[in-house]
Design a protein around this ligand. Structure first.
Ligand SMILES: Cc1cc2nc3c(=O)[nH]c(=O)nc-3n(C[C@H](O)[C@H](O)[C@H](O)COP(=O)(O)OP(=O)(O)OC[C@H]3O[C@@H](n4cnc5c(N)ncnc54)[C@H](O)[C@@H]3O)c2cc1C
Length: 327
């Protein structure tokens, strides 16, 4: 049974939850950050670490991975309690007003809660064919953590959306050869990217589906079957990157007793939810005009933290600028 009671617990270690936990530390709050995956970083660290972001204030261009590394450095400065591989399953209010968070590990006691669970726990859409799971992360990939993984290799990329094309274009100059497999002749991507793709050395296989994936020594054999046709193609590659998109799962929210707007949590301009002492920020928060961007979430985090502290200490006036607080 938990004995310590945090002042603020942030649920979700994506970019917005990480920044909120840092900002709470800046205000000397006793804070815990809880993340269901084994690494912090959320969508940015897991879904697009190699993508360059151009819409983060102060950075003319920064990769998802670099942004997560900077956030990690920032969040650890005030030494908050960080619990990874821990999923919050329930938020219960005890008689004295404290919240008990049930998790997949120990329960957590906290006076206030900031929910930053984004699109929920996410998993990649997997290949629709059976293959040896031992090939995962060796020959078959669902995430790009480091572009160098594909250096000098023969690569196949499956998918026809923006991100499949972005990866094909990013990997092509480093790889021996890149094959792009898509079940339609048309791609669902920016016209400029499609034009760049067609002018690139990337070998297109459309409209083809993957029929089988089999180990071939340290490589893999991929059999392709034409959609609405009988033609087959055989590819032997070092690595297959599957880019069929992601499914996110946030049905837990429904049992947390906060008012929802479809799959997001309704908040007031103070980021407070329909439950006292519980706030929501980042992609999971909904209000008129909401934009699901990191920059918006970075703005919502200080609002929620200051509101949580004013709720806990109504008599205390919070300092506004970091120079008064950072040491
Ligand atoms: C391909 C792609 C490209 C993008 N490009 C940009 C861009 O260029 N610029 C931009 O501003 N935005 C971009 N975005 C959007 C941006 O990633 C999101 O706005 C941002 O990640 C939201 O951050 P967050 O912290 O609110 O949520 P998330 O990043 O979704 O993080 C939420 C975290 O909470 C965890 N979690 C969920 N449920 C629980 C639970 N019950 N218990 C514990 N932990 C839990 C999850 O595991 C996750 O780590 C892009 C998104 C995608 C998919």
């Amino acid at each position: 049974m938990a004995t310590h009671t945090y002042e603020i617990t942030v649920i979700g270690g994506g970019p917005v939850g990480m920044f909120a936990a840092f900002y709470a530390g800046l205000h000397a709050a006793d804070v815990a950050l809880v993340e269901s995956l084994s690494d912090l970083g959320g969508q940015t660290g897991n879904l697009y670490p190699a993508k360059v972001l151009y819409d983060i204030g102060g950075f003319p261009g920064i990769s998802g991975q670099q942004l997560v590394e900077q956030l990690q450095k920032q969040v650890t400065h005030f030494k908050p309690t960080i619990k990874t591989a821990t999923t919050v399953t329930a938020i219960n209010r005890l008689d004295d007003g404290t919240y008990q968070l049930d998790t997949t590990q120990e329960p957590i006691l906290t006076k206030t809660v900031i929910i930053a669970t984004g699109g929920g726990a996410f998993t990649p859409r997997r290949l629709a064919v059976d293959y040896d799971p031992a090939l995962d992360d060796k020959n078959v990939f669902y995430f790009v953590r480091d572009l160098a993984t594909f250096d000098g290799d023969t690569v196949a990329i499956a998918g026809g959306g923006d991100s499949a094309i972005d990866w094909a274009l990013a990997i092509a100059p480093r790889a021996k050869q890149v094959n792009l497999i898509h079940r339609r002749d048309q791609f669902r991507a920016l016209e400029s990217s499609v034009a760049e793709l067609k002018a690139s050395p990337v070998q297109l296989h459309t409209p083809f589906l993957i029929e089988s994936v089999q180990a071939a020594g340290h490589q893999i054999d991929i059999t392709l079957k034409q959609v609405r046709g009988e033609a087959k193609r055989q590819l032997r590659v070092d690595k297959l990157l599957v880019n069929y998109g992601f499914m996110s799962e946030n049905k837990q929210l429904r049992s947390w007793g906060v008012d929802l707007d479809r799959n997001a949590i309704k908040v007031a301009s103070t980021m407070v939810t329909s439950r006292q002492g519980i706030y929501a920020i980042g992609d999971v928060a909904s209000y008129p005009g909401k934009l699901k961007l990191i920059a918006s979430g970075f703005g919502e985090a200080p609002i929620a933290v200051n509101e949580a502290l004013s709720f806990l200490y109504p008599e205390r006036r919070q300092a506004l600028h970091s120079s008064q607080l950072y040491h």
